[in-house]
Ligand binder design. Structure first.
Ligand SMILES: Cc1cc2nc3c(=O)[nH]c(=O)nc-3n(C[C@H](O)[C@H](O)[C@H](O)COP(=O)(O)O)c2cc1C
Length: 171
């Protein structure tokens, strides 16, 4: 007979916490510049190059991205856990002032801050905005994509941060 399965009905939040993800900081530039930690982020299409991010209606960056018409994505490295916590903390300064203590550069295509020390970066123009319950789905057309050297990645899994080594290089 088959093996014994252990399954307990659980909330959607708890079940989704079993899905390990990377961690990004989404950013918007310009007058209403802002940043926010987000793991509801994924690639959508290679041709044309599209990605999506799901943003709560209550998140301040929701309006910032709409106004800016584009956004930046910084994919965080393992040593950027404090940065991930900072951009998920409602107490941080509002607007571009929240980047004063953050090592970043402004993307040439969108003006969105891109965080130095991240694993990789995207700049996107906002292609579509779809309703998604208490979130909106921001579809971004990728304007530029760049990456740094292989380093440990920051992951979010089971409600906590974790580190992941890059794969060993084959000889
Ligand atoms: C690891 C992690 C991932 C998160 N992912 C998302 C996400 O994908 N979408 C979202 O709307 N909020 C997400 N949040 C919550 C926001 O970062 C948090 O509510 C933030 O304070 C909202 O921005 P605001 O303070 O400027 O409104 C995440 C938080 C953490 C710690």
């Amino acid at each position: 007979m088959g093996q014994t399965h252990w399954m307990a009905e659980s909330s959607l939040r708890d079940v989704m916490s079993r899905f390990a993800t990377g961690v990004t900081v989404l950013t918007a530039g310009g007058e209403h510049g802002h940043g926010m930690t987000a793991n509801a982020f994924t690639s959508v299409s290679l041709e044309p190059p599209l990605v999506l991010a799901c943003v709560a209606h209550s998140a301040r960056i929701h309006e910032s991205i709409r106004r800016a018409g584009g956004f930046g994505v910084s994919m965080l490295a393992a040593d950027q856990q404090m940065t991930a916590r900072y951009f998920a903390n409602k107490q941080r300064p509002i607007g571009l002032a929240q980047f004063d203590a953050i090592d970043c550069e402004f993307g040439p295509h969108t003006g969105a801050p891109l965080l130095n020390g991240a694993l990789a970066w995207l700049e996107c123009e906002l292609a579509e905005l779809y309703p998604g319950g208490d979130h909106s789905i921001f579809l971004g057309r990728v304007l530029s994509a760049s990456r740094g050297p292989d380093r440990q990645a920051l992951l979010f899994y089971a409600g906590g941060f974790h580190h992941l080594l890059p794969p060993a290089k084959s000889a």
